[in-house]
Structures are given as structure tokens and as C-alpha cells.
Design a protein around this ligand. Structure first.
Ligand code: SF4
Ligand code: SF4
Length: 343
């Protein structure tokens, strides 16, 4: 994306040796990081007059797979000749608390970096959670905003990015939000604009000097563990049963199904519908006194929060709840014996 018309774009607050202000966003599929990167890129280039580029990197387009979005801006007199991932970001945006401690998340972050984290924590607690050596830490409960406005975390985080960046004006981003969502999802535009405005206000910010509390993490390009020299012939997977380590917790967008065993008839519809085999069964005495397969619990480790099971259950034994409002003991147990347990 290149804008060749000279314009009166405000000077960028910081640039690297190549003349770029660089943004890295870390997320998983389903939270709109790719769209957020596009919106930011278009706002900077088409509305504010910078040159710039944006691209995303993701695997299968599936909820839960890692997504990284990269945005670069430079003065309109500089040509964009760099198209590699951002290694030393001026601004790092972490879309989910659950992925924030992934190894390498803070790679390349220095004292001049601003880190935005989607979390209810305040910056002091978030610094300890992340192990951030230095930099400006901004926390915003984007998930809460998204749940309340029935939107996604991406527009809340765009509001925070705009507010703390010092050069991405809210008007430019709001215009692109209207253009982007207005094409296909026009009914969602007002809620997304409100989400943006809340993200631009409801954040906390604190700058941390390098005080030695945590070590900085210079950028380090991790090599591939498997390549043509050492990968198993035929691409076979030698470790049997490894899918038990799968964890889709970070895919959930704030909601979970809760299983109320008092209403469950063990009809099995949810099990057929669930794409991720989250339901555990056991051979036990049914309510009618017969020995049969009986639904025991949900394994939330494998649950991506698609809520198809809630839709399919005819007996209201599965209901939707805001995950942060549910006691951790219920999530560990995987069921309630009576819905009053969570009310
Ligand atoms: S669909 Fe509902 S009633 Fe049937 S097994 Fe699942 S939770 Fe129980
Ligand atoms: S919400 Fe229900 S159907 Fe979807 S993954 Fe979780 S348990 Fe399975």
C-alpha cells in the first residue's frame, strides 16, 4: 500500500533506521487482528498521508491458530522496500491475556516500545505477569468492552492504539471502520464505533524504566525444529495421542457453555455437534436405572466457545455464560449439578 501524493502528514513519533514506525499485533484466529491491521494501514495511508504497508501471517484460517499482523508507516517521501515481519516494534498489541506469556511474545521490545495488553489487570500487575523489562505498558479490558457492546476485541484495541500512538487520529480509523464494516455488516457499524470510543478511553498506562527487575528479550529468530533433514519420512506423527495436549482456551471470545447435569438426558446431540470432542462420557446407571453411556462433563481445555452445543441441546441442559463470571471450580469440574450453583 503506497501513497505517493505528498501531504501534510504529522511527523511520526519515532522511526527506526529504515525510517519506519512499526506495529506488531499478536492474536489467534477469530479475534480480528488481520482486519485490525488492514484498518490501521488504510487509516495511515489513505486518510493520514503516510506511506506504509500491512500484512498478516497465519496458518489455517481457523479459530485458535496463531495470527500475527504487521503494520509499517513512514513519511510519504520514503519508499516501502521492507516486507518482512516486524522484529523490534514501536507498538506491540497483545490481543489476549491467554497468549501473552507465549515464548518470544516480548521479543524485540525495548524501553521505547509501547505494549498494549487486553486484560483487566492494571499496568503494575500486568508488568509482573508479562515479565516486561521496560517500556510503556497500556492495559485495557477489551474483552469486557466487546462482550458489553456485542462486538469483537479488535475495534476496542484499535481505539486504544489510536489514543496512545500519538499520530493515528481517531477520525481516520473511524472512517475506515465505517467503510470496512459498512460494506458487508452495516448493522454492526454503530456498535463497532462505540467499541472503538470505549477502547480509546478505558485504558490505563504506565511507563517502566529499565530497573533490572526483568531481563530484556532481544529479538531472536527461532530456527525450525523440523526440516527436510530430520522430519519423519512421510510426515508421520511418531508420538501417539498427542492431541490430548491441544488447548483451545485462548480461542474463546468471552463466552462458554455450561452443562447442567440436572437437565441432561444424555441424548448425545451435543457430542455429535461439537467439532472438538469436548464432551466426556462414562458407562453409568442412567436416571431410568439402566446401564448406559452417560454425559459426565465438558473438557474446557478443548472448547473453543463456538456454542453450537448450546444451540443443539433441546433440553436447556447447556446454556451460554460470560466466562469471566463463572467460578474457576466449575470450569475445572466441567459441569454443574444445579444451575443455581452459578446464579
Ligand atoms: S444435547 Fe443436551 S441433553 Fe443431550 S446430551 Fe447434550 S447436554 Fe445432555
Ligand atoms: S462450545 Fe460446545 S460445541 Fe463448541 S467447542 Fe465448546 S463444547 Fe464443543
Amino acid at each position: 500500500m503506497t501513497h505517493y501524493v505528498k501531504s501534510a502528514a504529522a511527523p511520526l513519533p519515532a522511526v527506526n533506521k529504515q525510517g519506519f514506525y512499526e506495529i506488531r499485533m499478536a492474536s489467534v484466529g477469530g479475534f480480528g487482528a488481520n482486519v485490525a491491521g488492514k484498518i490501521l494501514g488504510e487509516a495511515g495511508v489513505l486518510k493520514l498521508g503516510y506511506n506504509g504497508s500491512n500484512f498478516s501471517s497465519y496458518g489455517s484460517e481457523k479459530k485458535g491458530s496463531p495470527v500475527a499482523a504487521f503494520v509499517r508507516f513512514c513519511d510519504s517521501s520514503v519508499n516501502v522496500r521492507v516486507n518482512s515481519p516486524v522484529t523490534e516494534p514501536n507498538l506491540l498489541v497483545i490481543f489476549l491475556e491467554s497468549i501473552a506469556r507465549t515464548p518470544g511474545m516480548l521479543s524485540g521490545v525495548g524501553p521505547e516500545t509501547t505494549v498494549i495488553l487486553n486484560t483487566p489487570m492494571d499496568p503494575d500487575a500486568a508488568r509482573d505477569f508479562l515479565g516486561l523489562s521496560a517500556g510503556t505498558l497500556v492495559t485495557v479490558d477489551a474483552m469486557k468492552i466487546a462482550i458489553e457492546e456485542k462486538t469483537r476485541v479488535n475495534t476496542a484495541l484499535l481505539g486504544t492504539i489510536s489514543a496512545v500512538s500519538g499520530f493515528i487520529t481517531p477520525e481516520s480509523v473511524k472512517e475506515i471502520i465505517e467503510e470496512t464494516f459498512g460494506k458487508k455488516y452495516v448493522a454492526t457499524v454503530p456498535a463497532n464505533l462505540k467499541t472503538f470510543e470505549r477502547g480509546a478511553k478505558e485504558f490505563k498506562q504506565k511507563k517502566f524504566a529499565p530497573d533490572g527487575k526483568y531481563k530484556p528479550l532481544p529479538f531472536n529468530r527461532a530456527g525450525q525444529k523440523l526440516g527436510y533433514l530430520n522430519q519423519p519420512i512421510g510426515g508421520v506423527i511418531p508420538a501417539a495421542g498427542n492431541s490430548m495436549f491441544k488447548d483451545l482456551t485462548s480461542c474463546r471470545a468471552g463466552y462458554i457453555p455450561v452443562l447442567n447435569l440436572a437437565k441432561c438426558t444424555s441424548c448425545g446431540e451435543c457430542d455429535i455437534t461439537c467439532p472438538d470432542y469436548c464432551f466426556e462420557w462414562e458407562n453409568a446407571l442412567s436416571k431410568k436405572g439402566k446401564q448406559e453411556q452417560t454425559l459426565r462433563r465438558i473438557h474446557y481445555q478443548y472448547c473453543k466457545g463456538c456454542l453450537r452445543c448450546v444451540i443443539i441441546c433441546k433440553f436447556d441442559a447447556l446454556t451460554t455464560h460470560v466466562e469471566s463470571a463463572i467460578d474457576k471450580s466449575v470450569i475445572e469440574k466441567g459441569y454443574v449439578s444445579d444451575i443455581k450453583e452459578i446464579k
